[in-house]
Design a protein around this ligand. Structure first.
Ligand SMILES: *Cc1c(COP(=O)(O)O)cnc(C)c1O
Length: 377
């Protein structure tokens, strides 16, 4: 890592511009060589201070709510797509004003809103459920048994689809190219009767295209084959892949307390508030220069600064003893982390900054008391 730590406040999420550009170059190649369009899913990455850069590579965004749609329109302002698990009647006029593509999750929703959506000039689509099982954890698997996401093939029979121009099949999460291929294969098999009538097909997100092990050429080949066969516009809408491994959360030690077990280093961040997937997913984040418990000389349990007893990140070992003020660098804390943070317990929210390609640091956001107060009443 080439970040100069002395220039970074703590705690702080630091987006490394160079790494973001490297990801965007991969996505650009996929678009150029496969003929698909890749749009940014704000759900997974919404750092709009970088959108002027991203606009050079991607043609638009996809939103999953009215507020994400407004943010996409205001800060990106190109193709605006929206899918919602359920649109609200009292928001739908505004959705129609802003969205160029509107995707419905059910036949009911399509029936309820089709007239307004078509009259607005938007291109309408239906989310379908291809019933694949490429995601092991149900929390992240749109196709688990009983999932509410997307229409299954058996529920499409006899449905009035006049006005539907696209189908949307989001069924992956942090998957490699074999799963992208499995999704396209399954869609083609289960929805072949409908494809000739469509203008576009959106194969959703969860394609972890920018992961070092993702076989980009395999994806390109499969999309080209689909296009050659059907001649449709293809969209992908990854979120995580845009911000994948684009920067750390820099933290520091505020205290070290003895317990009846391991000594606990209390950090100036909170797992539950600032890296919630550590508890929710759950997973063990990587800390630069650390080892498993017992592997290096000094082992600590790392805890957050909230009052939640379980606000614990995990047990890590280090070559040197930690002291108050020691810096710890949590890797890959940009995608899905920043979008999910909360102000729980009023603990200081990390700053957000950019480490630019010219090796300068820009502090883009510092959160303050008013931010905490204004989301309460
Ligand atoms: C979550 C989601 C995405 C983005 O998925 P990533 O895993 O971040 O690539 C795209 N489309 C829909 C409908 C989603 O729910």
């Amino acid at each position: 890592m080439n970040i100069d730590m002395t220039k970074i406040p703590s705690p702080c999420y630091v987006l490394e511009e160079e790494k973001l550009i490297a990801n965007l170059e991969v996505l650009k190649r996929v678009q150029e060589e496969s003929g698909c369009k890749i749009i940014l899913a704000l759900k997974g990455y919404a750092m709009w201070s970088t959108f002027d850069l991203i606009k050079n590579y991607l043609p638009g965004c996809t939103a999953s709510s009215l507020y994400e749609l407004k943010l996409a329109d205001e800060t990106f302002g190109r193709e605006n797509h929206i899918y919602s698990t359920a649109f609200r009647e009292d928001e739908f006029d505004e959705v129609c004003q802003l969205a160029g593509h509107i995707v419905f999750n059910s036949v009911n929703q399509w029936t309820q809103f089709s007239k307004k959506a078509i009259d607005s000039g938007a291109s309408c689509g239906l989310r379908v459920n291809p019933g694949i099982s490429e995601v092991a954890t149900d929390l992240y698997n749109p196709c688990f048994s009983g999932s509410r996401l997307g229409v299954r093939p058996e529920h499409l029979k006899g449905v009035e689809l006049a006005g539907i121009e696209g189908m949307h099949a989001h069924a992956l999460c942090e998957n490699m190219a074999d799963s992208s291929v499995a999704l396209i294969d399954a869609f083609e098999e289960k929805f072949a009767d409908y494809i000739p009538w469509l203008k576009w097909v959106n194969f959703g997100g969860g394609h972890l295209i920018t992961h070092a092990d993702y076989d980009v050429d395999k994806l390109i080949g499969r999309i080209r084959a689909f296009k050659d066969k059907w001649n449709k516009q293809i969209y992908l809408e990854p979120g995580g892949a845009i911000g994948w491994c684009t920067g750390p959360l820099i933290t520091s030690v505020l205290d070290i307390v003895p317990t009846d077990g391991l000594d606990v280093a209390i950090l100036d961040i909170s797992a539950t508030a600032h890296m919630p997937d550590v508890l929710e997913m759950p997973y063990r984040p990587t800390i630069t220069g650390s080892g498993e418990a017992g592997q290096k000389n000094y082992t600590y349990r790392l805890g957050g600064t909230s009052c939640l007893a379980g606000d614990v990140i995990g047990d890590y070992s280090f070559d040197e003893a930690l002291t108050i003020g020691s810096r710890l660098v949590f890797e890959d804390m940009i995608h899905y982390t920043m979008v999910k943070t909360t102000m729980f317990n009023g603990v200081r929210h990390p700053d957000i900054g950019i480490w630019h390609t010219d090796n300068t640091f820009e502090l883009v956001r510092r959160f303050n008391y008013e931010d905490f107060r204004d989301r309460l009443s």
